[in-house]
Design a protein around this ligand. Sequence first.
Ligand code: SF4
Length: 211
Amino acid sequence: MNTSTETTVNEQTLSLPVMEYFYTLQGEGFHQGKAAYFIRLAGCDVGCVWCDVKESWDVSKHPLKSISHLVDQVKQTPARIVVITGGEPLMHDLTLLTSALQESGFQTHIETSGAYPLSGNWNWICLSPKKFKAPLPELINKADELKVVIYHKSDFDWAEKYAALVNPTCKLYLQPEWDKAAEVTPQIIDYIKANPQWQLSLQIHKYINVP
Ligand code: SF4
């Protein structure tokens, strides 16, 4: 959702507020370690207390970029995968962006809290639900990957609540919250050993110092 009441329909459909875009390695989850072009859209009202991209929240602080410009930027790299992240990217209508990327031969991946209706065409949906704003049921059963950030040991029960709702083929990941990693990673390891349907996701981009 764009908070500016002056934004035109044309801008809403052909341009999106973008905080940053860059070519790197996917650091998390099922596609961890693969080269991917990231487009980080601005805007989020989910309000995670431990959010590591709070500067993305205020959509008015980030410029609108045209979809054609974004696709052109991706084309300048050998990327095959484009990850749309945020912020909460589904605050925006992503139909045209994903169509343009797929028409250019790119695989479209999204990382979302699931708090807003799904738009766009996706080759991979990573649902990372947050306690602060519940995901919509329509998102839960479309997820290819469920990635739950563990901040406190009570989060394991919360993760199981969503694991029971996703599609049976959905991959299940537990990821330590970065600032709590020293405390919760050993708990996650023990939990996965006892519950091997889950896998560990580490934010490897933070260990190898890439964006
Ligand atoms: S959903 Fe993502 S961007 Fe939004 S507050 Fe939570 S961690 Fe930050």
